[in-house]
Design a binder for this molecule. Structure first.
Ligand code: NAD
Ligand code: IPM
Ligand code: MN
Length: 364
């Protein structure tokens, strides 16, 4: 029997709550498809700071190095917000993991399923226009990592600075990810930049145009980030793959999540050149709802499906999960944030949604 070793990093806030549901679903699909999943839990984020003194303990990093894939929950929260930036869970754990494994290609698929338009806050005719967007976000460079970064001077003369920097090589490899993805989808890449102002965006555009020559069947458009945020609301069906730098992709992917209905629906895959990956919801630890059993587990469950597809070569299992999730939503098994306020008494809990997905997989 094929065996896959997964490092599970549930993290903080809603992380452990939604991870529990993803684990149930993984067990169900592994039993059905006949493979073995060996999961090992590791401490990460604020939890790891509290229990091991740092956000990414050595044991956690080693465990990830020895695994076939990483399934990540979410990290951070008010308790750790006042720590210096380099010790905070976001930088010390999440960004370090992305960088350590060179997970430069971040895929965030957002779709309004036919029949589920009512979940979207968009006007109904727009929601029904066929929204299916893949954000391809560069994840290990740009303003998140560019040097110099720091603070100097005193008083009113004090300066704080980050550097938005991209090399041709970094742009080229993420552009290939986007064009490859588009050639398996609807053959269109929209590259998002701010080339009317930023030098780094001008190089971005030049390299993206060069890469486009290798993909004659894929069309390329450029759009400024400010217009992109507006077009996503006004006419989202014009987009197929949106190719973004690190910061622009971060912002646009939250917008993509909410146009499908909730932050809790958007999964993500962060992959390196060897196909090794970390899989996590695009949203965070949601401190406002943590501990209440009401978080939407779908993003975590779909992230597990992406892991099966992209890192573990279990495509069939991945589609079984995706189909079960679609049916769950179609059957109206919804957490509260997906419902209008006056219908929230019908909301299902985190575990009820997970159980339902499992029951669909098991054909019950
Ligand atoms: P957030 O994504 O945690 O929450 C934003 C909003 O979306 C909140 O109203 C929240 O309740 C809602 N939401 C998010 N996930 C949900 C789910 N599964 N079900 C229902 N509602 C959901 O963003 P934030 O509030 O800006 O950040 C909170 C903390 O999470 C911060 O410390 C931030 O740095 C961290 N964060 C971590 C990750 C990660 O670990 N990958 C990602 C984003 C933010
Ligand atoms: C995300 C998150 C992270 C990011 C934070 C927590 C560092 O917002 O994965 O989208 O900005 O990349
Ligand atoms: Mn984000």
């Amino acid at each position: 029997m094929t065996r896959h070793n997964i490092a599970v990093l549930a993290g903080d806030g809603i992380g452990p709550e939604v991870m529990r549901e993803a684990n149930k679903v993984l067990d169900a699909v592994a039993a059905q498809c006949g493979f073995e999943l060996v999961r090992q839990d590791y401490a990460v984020g604020g939890y790891a700071i509290d229990h091991h003194g740092k956000a990414l303990p050595n044991e956690t990093l080693k465990g990830c190095e020895n695994a076939d894939a990483i399934l990540f929950g979410s990290i951070g929260g008010p308790k750790w917000d006042s720590l210096p930036l380099e010790q905070r869970p976001e930088r010390a754990a999440l960004l370090t993991l992305r960088s350590h494994f060179d997970l430069f290609s971040n895929l965030r698929p957002a779709r309004i399923y036919p029949g589920l338009e009512a979940l979207s806050p968009l006007r109904i005719d727009i929601a029904k226009s066929g929204v299916d967007v893949l954000v391809v976000r560069e994840l290990t460079s740009g303003i998140y990592f560019g040097q110099p970064k720091g603070i100097d001077g005193e008083g009113e003369a004090q300066n704080a600075f980050d550097t938005m920097r991209y090399s041709r090589k970094e742009i080229r490899r993420i552009a290939h990810s986007a064009f490859n993805a588009a050639s398996k989808r609807n053959n269109k890449v929209t590259s998002v930049d701010k080339a009317n102002v930023l030098v780094s965006s001008r190089l971005w555009r030049e390299v993206v145009e060069d890469v486009a020559k290798d993909y004659p069947n894929v069309s390329l458009e450029h759009i400024y980030i400010d217009n992109a945020t507006m077009q996503l609301i006004a006419n989202p069906s014009q987009f197929d793959v949106m190719l973004c730098s690190n910061l622009f992709g971060d912002i646009l992917s939250d917008e993509c999540a909410i146009i499908t209905g909730s932050m809790g629906l958007l999964p993500s895959a962060s992959i390196n050149a060897d196909g090794f990956g970390m899989y996590e919801p695009a949203g965070g630890s949601a401190p406002d709802i943590a501990g209440k059993g009401i978080a939407n587990p779908i993003a975590q469950i779909l992230s597990a499906a992406m892991m099966l597809k992209f890192s573990l070569n279990e495509e069939k299992a991945a589609s079984i999960i995706e189909d079960a999730v679609t049916k769950t939503l179609m059957d109206g098994i919804l957490t509260g944030e997906l419902l209008p306020k006056d219908q929230r008494e019908h909301a299902k809990s985190t575990s009820e949604v997970g159980d339902y997905v499992v029951s669909v997989i098991q054909g019950k």
